[in-house]
Design a protein around this ligand. Structure first.
Ligand SMILES: O=C(O)CCC(=O)C(=O)O
Length: 263
């Protein structure tokens, strides 16, 4: 799949793209079917909220056959190759952020590169975060909030938050958020299930708690150029994978029934 010239321009200006209904209901159903079993696994790759609900479940392409295919989906991988003008991308992180009804907690304001750089030794803010909304996301169930263009001035100051998140996250200082949002506003990344989001490593974003009765599950794949691979093994493999094999896109119908047999 190719992004249009207009979409590429928007991505470079805003730092993100929202692609409504890029994946079908059947493709989303294939992804959600495995989740209850994955949540139930006793593994350190399942991070829990303070209330015990699963907050995020990681390393999914190594734990489930459907997730092993979605990380190679051409509607995710090809736009990433196009944006980065690089065909040698490795799978850096694979997860579903759950944000459960009545209990999913905040993700503080941050940009991913702060953590990728300090924790994983990634040299440059090149990685792309590719999301698929697995539930309808509205203003009520904890959408991501993006500050458009917040990547443009270069990385802003951060501090390590070990208190309000379930694992250490480098977060943006409140005065910086106020300055950036005051100048550029905030966009709420909403859409029907199957909508895709693409955002860059320096884009400032976060998400509010989910006190609604509706789940908000989002699949996230981070792809990074092999030439920009992490230099440090501080975090475990499921938080930053060590396998630098370049990802090769599968067929467009790779999530649909029969796809596994065709491989
Ligand atoms: O799932 C969320 O609400 C936040 C996700 C996020 O910040 C990220 O993927 O970097």
């Amino acid at each position: 799949m190719r992004l249009s010239a207009e979409q590429l321009k928007r991505f470079h200006e805003d730092g993100f793209l929202i692609l409504p209904s890029l994946f079908s209901k059947d493709e989303v159903a294939a992804l959600t079917a495995a989740l209850p079993g994955l949540y139930a696994e006793d593994t350190p790759a399942n991070f829990r909220e303070k209330n015990g609900l699963v907050r995020t479940t990681m390393g999914l392409h190594l734990r489930d056959a459907t997730y092993a295919r979605v990380v190679r989906h051409p509607r995710l991988v090809e736009p990433a190759m196009q944006i980065l003008e690089d065909r040698d991308l490795y799978i850096q992180q694979v997860k579903v952020n759950v944000k459960a009804a009545f209990g999913g907690e905040v993700w503080q304001w941050h940009y991913d590169f702060a953590t990728h750089h300090r924790e994983d030794g990634v040299p440059k803010p090149l990685a792309l975060n590719l999301h698929i909304l697995l539930d309808e996301v509205t203003e009520f169930n904890g959408p991501l909030w993006f500050i458009p263009g917040s990547h443009q001035g270069g990385p802003v100051p951060t501090h390590l938050d070990t208190v309000t998140t379930s694992y250490p996250l480098w977060c943006v200082e409140a005065p910086e958020v106020a300055r950036l949002a005051g100048a550029r506003g905030i966009v709420s990344a909403k859409g029907p299930a199957g909508t895709a989001l693409i955002f860059g490593d320096s884009l400032v974003h976060g998400s509010p708690p989910n006190m609604s009765p509706w789940n908000r599950r989002i699949f996230s794949l981070i792809l990074n150029p092999v030439s920009n691979a992490g230099r440090s093994n501080k975090r475990p493999d499921w938080q930053h994978h060590r396998d630098l094999t370049p990802v090769v896109p599968l067929a467009d119908d790779c999530l649909l029934p029969g796809a596994a047999a065709a491989e």
